[in-house]
Design a protein around this ligand. Structure first.
Ligand SMILES: *[C@@H]1O[C@H](CO)[C@@H](O)[C@H](O)[C@H]1NC(C)=O
Ligand SMILES: *[C@@H]1O[C@H](CO)[C@@H](O)[C@H](O)[C@H]1NC(C)=O
Ligand SMILES: *[C@@H]1O[C@H](CO)[C@@H](O)[C@H](O)[C@H]1NC(C)=O
Length: 292
């Protein structure tokens, strides 16, 4: 009773001292009139986190007193934690209190896709009080734009664009590899690597090779610090390329990476209509790549 009166007194003084612009603040103080625990209405209800990172679900309870705070996973009604104790055989889950902010936070380490869903923060009042938080898990995607086999004319400039989307956490670095060897910027004076962050969730690394030569053919892999990698096969064709194509399976080629194409065309040559389509498609791809 005394406490209630004190709160009311404090509230009245508050109203007297502050006016107008402070109204919003006063409303917040007004909630202090409750005698038991209550959830801070500013507590978030929606948390989005990236696969593999740690998620922090906050539950802000004022005037908790000696009540307990439990975290419950809605999917299977599993009690994860009660106060500081973890009640699930999965040590990725842990709850801790930050007293200065009256916040019991559920930490979920190394978030997996199946962790997505609703979580309940429950206070052991009678009846129980619950606050729900939805955990969203985003899975970053990585790709090198274009076909998985790229054909370019010798001497031309080629750009390989590695695009990472839905990544809330920017990779610390993105490395490029050519047949397993790290590609360095200004290697051979003919290579440039650019890194751009586009928007809040997209990172693009561009590998540019000027004056391509046959040694530039091969497997290019884009490998970010925090994700799987992506690869393309680059085929640098010499000037005789169209003629070489007509020769079909007999065109043993000295250029590494070229054999792959020759085999494909060799098989296609057995069925003339398909051969024509294959040639047309290949030419279309080449012209598209050259157009870049
Ligand atoms: C929660 O956040 C995610 C990602 O920011 C968003 O897509 C979703 O619509 C939000 N849900 C609610 C209920 O606000
Ligand atoms: C919690 O505190 C209240 C009064 O402050 C007391 O009556 C009650 O016994 C306490 N409960 C526990 C579990 O300690
Ligand atoms: C390219 O290299 C990467 C990394 O070594 C490998 O995972 C991938 O299978 C290779 N791709 C091709 C088409 O050889």
């Amino acid at each position: 009773m005394i406490t209630e009166h004190l709160y009311l007194l404090e509230f009245l003084i508050f109203i007297t001292v502050f006016s107008g612009s402070e109204a919003a603040h006063a409303v917040k103080r007004f909630t202090g009139l409750y005698t038991g625990p209550y959830f801070d209405p500013t507590t978030t209800t929606n948390i989005t986190t990236q696969l593999g990172t740690h998620a922090y679900l906050p539950c802000k309870v004022k005037q908790l007193g000696n009540k307990s705070v439990s975290w419950i996973r809605k999917r299977d009604a599993h009690i994860l934690t009660v106060d500081r104790y973890t009640f699930i055989a999965d040590d990725r889950f842990q709850a801790f209190l930050v007293e200065s902010t009256d916040t019991w936070t559920l930490q979920v380490k190394y978030v997996q896709a199946r962790d997505a869903g609703q979580y309940e923060c429950q206070v052991s009042t009678e009846p129980k009080m619950s606050h729900f938080i939805t955990l969203n898990v985003v899975v970053p995607k990585i790709e090198i734009l274009g076909e998985s086999d790229m054909f370019v004319k010798m001497g031309s400039t080629v750009q390989l664009k590695c695009v990472i989307t839905q990544s809330l956490e920017e990779p610390a670095y993105i490395f490029w590899y050519h047949d397993g060897d790290r590609v360095l910027k200004y290697d051979k004076n003919a290579i440039d690597i650019r890194l751009d962050r586009e928007g809040t969730d997209t990172t693009v690394s561009t590998l540019i090779i000027f004056h391509t030569s046959s040694e530039d053919s091969g497997n290019y892999t884009c490998s970010p610090s925090n994700l799987d990698s992506a690869s393309v096969l680059l085929h640098v064709l010499n000037g005789e390329h169209p003629a070489a194509m007509q020769r079909g399976k007999n065109s043993a080629s000295p250029i590494p990476g070229w054999s792959h194409l020759s085999i494909g065309l060799g098989l296609a040559a057995c069925t003339p209509p398909r051969f024509a389509i294959t040639v047309a498609l290949t030419l279309a791809i080449i012209s598209e790549v050259l157009a870049c």
